[in-house]
Design a protein around this ligand. Structure first.
Ligand code: KIV
Length: 272
């Protein structure tokens, strides 16, 4: 008999709209594998993002560009097997939705069918609106992503704050309205000035979830490995670390190596 998932209140896109309406902040974190997703879900997170940041965090690539649709589906299906409550959003990777709405729909359908995820996330505004609209026609919920969009890193040339200039800020506001009008259920807003984050959140009915977008948006997202201090060379201003796991894990492993080398492990109780 399978686990009774129906005993748990599940987060849906409607629940997220209610949270925005009621002024309840939305919590969102990344997960790419079963074990981490289980802990993140058990802790009561609202949204789990199977981010294409897996390309950096799990595979060690410099950018998010190399990760493939098959790899995202693998990560997403591992996460889905772990969760009871959170809404799971999966990034469509670079090259699987830009410039071809039919391909975008096929990519989104593959994610939904093969991983069992609940929604997809795409980076960009007006330039990908046809892809977003086409995915929505299949009844697949779409989360937008504006501001710093890491799949466009070679266009930006740098990971610094976006939309400091008025023209870019105005385009971002227009894009956010476009995404809402098209039917996106939420938008991630990455690395923009806090007053712009507030302005975007106030001008939309759908939730705006920030990462480096200030405290006046409707929710916050971080990469779990950063929050836990498993990655220790990445130190943006927006990151709050809750643990120093890099040091704790390497210390634990050093102790294990020492115990093996000195024949302290296993002891009598640890053998048959
Ligand atoms: O891929 C990712 O982890 C993301 C978050 C940074 C929002 O898109």
């Amino acid at each position: 008999m399978s686990v009774q998932k129906k005993n748990f209140k599940r987060i849906t896109t409607n629940v997220l709209q209610e949270m925005k309406r009621d002024g309840e902040k939305i919590s969102m974190l990344t997960a790419y594998d079963f074990t981490m997703a289980k802990m993140v879900d058990a802790a009561g997170i609202d949204i789990i993002l199977v981010g294409d940041s897996a390309s950096n965090v799990m595979a060690g690539h410099e950018t998010t560009l190399p990760i493939t649709l098959d790899q995202m589906i693998y990560h997403a299906s591992s996460v889905i097997r772990a969760i009871y409550r959170a809404l799971v959003v999966v990034d469509l990777p670079f090259g699987t939705y830009q410039g071809n709405s039919k391909e975008a729909l096929n990519s989104a359908i593959r994610v939904m069918k093969e991983s069992g995820a609940h929604s997809v996330k795409l980076e960009g505004g007006a330039e990908i609106i046809e892809s977003i609209e086409r995915i929505l026609t299949a009844g697949i919920p779409v989360m937008g992503h504006l501001g710093l969009t890491p799949q466009s890193i070679y266009k930006f040339g740098t990971y610094t704050v976006r939309a400091n200039e008025e023209a870019e800020a105005n385009k971002l506001i227009e894009d956010a309205k476009l995404l809402e009008k098209a039917g996106c259920f939420a938008i991630v807003l990455e690395k923009v000035p806090a007053d712009l984050g507030e302005k975007v959140a106030k001008s939309l009915k759908i939730p705006v979830i920030g990462i480096g977008a200030g405290g006046q948006v409707d929710g916050q997202v971080l990469v779990t490995h950063d929050l836990l201090g498993m990655t220790h060379e990445f130190n943006p201003r927006f990151l709050r670390r809750y643990l120093s796991l890099y040091e704790q894990i390497t210390d634990a492993i050093k102790s294990y190596v020492k115990d093996v080398k000195t024949a302290d492990f296993p002891n009598e109780k640890e053998q048959y």
